[in-house]
Design a protein around this ligand. Structure first.
Ligand code: RIB
Length: 297
């Protein structure tokens, strides 16, 4: 079983021709609201490939909370552990340009009220995979990471958005997943992604995975450095691609897949997710990923 401890948002999408300069006003005909939040997206991606997923998050007592919660239910994710807060549900303003690149501002709201104590005790088990990101209060996330590790559960940490993480916390992470910017922030160096992956894997005595967009993925364990090529696609919207990677990777680890195969599935899944608008709508199921892998081979 997968336990996702993290953020839930309603995403307001604004399609634009170019990103506004400071002081510039641009127009777009409308906004569309979709389910998001890095935690919710990762839970949905894992649910869509068949994992049993529990979402531990916080939303407001408002109707906009239906947006992330209903999408998770559709992806077969159990949302009963989600708590209600007096703050409003998290909201993200997402600008997407004509190349599919995005720029995001998150109003955290209820996400900041998520506490370690909201995780039911019986979730802490060596049978489970815990998944974390950095959109909720850091100290609460760190408490759950430590407790999950102590219980023998596998710990996946996606340091998104980029943040510094103390070494004693990193040492309790089994799978550290980052993009290039996040890797440089965590390792505090401008070295190459290959080098950072190797050094971080040694440092945490686990696996470090760095996603490189079109360039694929570089990852390392204590012994070896690996590369995975990306599926070449023409992206419509890259929002949530990293989250899709994390969710599918965690689901495959939960299924007992070896590291290289779990990365391959996650990488193909993340590319497929970029073919539709919104963070969750393009997330593939297992057979869509497998069909694409067959085509590559
Ligand atoms: O990673 C994409 C997500 O970041 C969006 O869904 C948005 O809600 C922000 O959390």
């Amino acid at each position: 079983m997968i336990v996702v401890f993290g953020s839930l948002n309603a995403d307001f999408f604004l399609n634009i021709n170019h990103f506004p300069e400071p002081g510039e006003t641009i127009l777009t005909p409308k906004t569309v609201v979709k389910a998001g939040g890095k935690g919710g997206n990762q839970a949905a991606a894992a649910g869509k490939v068949g994992a049993v997923v529990k979402m531990v998050g916080a939303v407001g007592i408002d109707t906009i909370s239906d947006v992330p919660l209903n999408a998770l239910k559709m992806a077969t994710v159990d949302v009963t552990p989600v708590v209600k807060s007096n703050n409003s549900t998290g909201m993200a303003m997402i600008m997407v340009d004509v190349t599919g690149e995005n720029s995001i501002v998150v109003a955290s709201g209820a996400n900041l009220d998520l506490k370690a104590e909201h995780v039911p005790q019986n979730f802490y088990s060596k049978e489970n995979v815990f998944v974390f990101q950095m959109e909720t209060e850091k100290q609460e996330t760190f408490k759950v990471i430590n407790k999950a590790k102590l219980s023998g559960a596998k710990v996946v940490l996606n340091v998104a958005p980029a943040n510094e993480v103390p070494i004693n916390i990193l040492k309790n992470v089994d799978y550290l997943i980052l993009n290039e910017i996040e890797a440089k922030t965590v390792y505090q160096s401008e070295k190459s992604s290959d080098e950072i992956a190797v050094q971080l894997a040694k440092m945490i005595e686990g696996v470090c995975i760095i996603t490189l967009g079109k360039q694929g993925v570089v990852f390392a364990d204590k012994e070896k450095l690996y590369h995975q090529k990306a599926l070449q696609i023409k992206p419509v919207d890259t929002t949530g691609a990293g989250d899709t990677f994390v969710g599918i990777f965690s689901a495959m680890i939960d299924r007992g897949f070896p590291l290289e195969k779990a990365v391959q599935y996650a990488s193909v899944g993340a590319s497929l997710a970029c073919l539709k608008n919104g963070a969750q709508e393009g997330m593939p199921n297992l057979s869509q990923i497998e069909k694409m892998i067959e085509n590559i081979d």
